[in-house]
Design a protein around this ligand. Structure first.
Ligand code: SF4
Length: 266
């Protein structure tokens, strides 16, 4: 893993995500190495020759780029993070996310944080100081063997559930991001049942296989789940109503379970 310290020119970026006005990415690159990572397109902006997942640029001046006084972000939604995880193992050393949160508190944006790491627990004291703050944990599966296949360097499943519980117990508004849903592998009903005591709402995203992602998914399925390959090909390369049906099922199930949900299917 190549780690490089860099000085960024800006840190709060306008967002085109549906629920965020701005995004903050304290790092470029990601150590979690998710099989389905959508952020790998970022590599072409970095000048790195290492493949995606093999480098991280650490924006060491990130918090200095946040103004001490402005009303610009008050009540606007800021999301951490869109193309990295704000709680990479490197956060233990650099504490970039922590320093960013400290600078954001006086600005009082509506904060949303999403991670696959239980390091998020280190910042509970800061989350509490935002009037509006949602902290989300991504859970794609409850099966830790499958988790090791698809998100090898992120926190184990049980650690994520424990983190969710601790956040909730600390009075933080929490959510579970179930995504990407992997057809025939992500048991989203079980995830909801297991976590609903600790989650205020759920977000869902389906697996998108655009660009090089299909190549990774196809290779992985071929090695680990060959019996699913044909089904995936049918879903992605023929006219399929799989995701329409899944979306309906999710909404119906969430209604029955009385849990709030937002579905972001591609
Ligand atoms: S945590 Fe997010 S950015 Fe990091 S590898 Fe996984 S999907 Fe990509």
């Amino acid at each position: 893993m190549k780690i490089r310290e860099i000085r960024a020119k800006s840190i709060i970026t306008k967002s085109n995500l549906p629920d965020a006005d701005y995004v903050i990415n304290p790092y470029i690159g990601c150590m979690h190495s998710c099989l389905y990572c959508y952020a790998r397109f970022m590599k072409r902006f970095t000048g790195h020759i290492e493949s995606w997942g093999k480098f991280v640029d650490v924006k060491i001046n990130a918090s200095d780029l946040i103004p001490a006084k402005t009303t610009k972000y008050c009540g606007k939604s800021i999301f951490l993070s869109s193309v990295t995880d704000p709680y990479l193992p490197l956060e233990r050393k650099y504490k970039l996310t922590r320093k960013i949160l400290e600078k954001l508190i006086p600005l009082q944006p509506n904060l949303s944080v999403l991670t696959k790491s239980d390091l998020v627990l280190h910042d509970i004291d800061l989350f509490r100081q935002f009037k509006r703050c949602d902290v989300g944990i991504t859970i794609t599966t409850l099966n830790d063997n499958l988790r090791k296949e698809i998100e090898p360097f992120a926190s184990p499943v049980q650690d994520r559930i424990n983190a969710l519980k601790k956040l909730k117990d600390s009075g933080i508004r929490t959510y579970v991001f179930i995504g990407p849903i992997l057809p025939f592998l992500t048991n989203w009903k079980e995830i909801i049942t297991k976590t609903k005591k600790y989650s205020d709402f759920y977000m869902f995203e389906n697996l998108n296989v655009r660009g090089p992602i299909w190549h990774s998914v196809e290779k992985w399925l071929g090695q680990k789940h060959p019996e699913l390959l044909d089904n995936y090909r049918k879903i992605y390369f023929s006219k399929s109503i799989y995701w329409n049906n899944t979306e309906k099922e999710i909404k119906q199930f969430c209604k029955e379970q009385k849990v709030a949900c937002r579905v972001y299917f591609h």
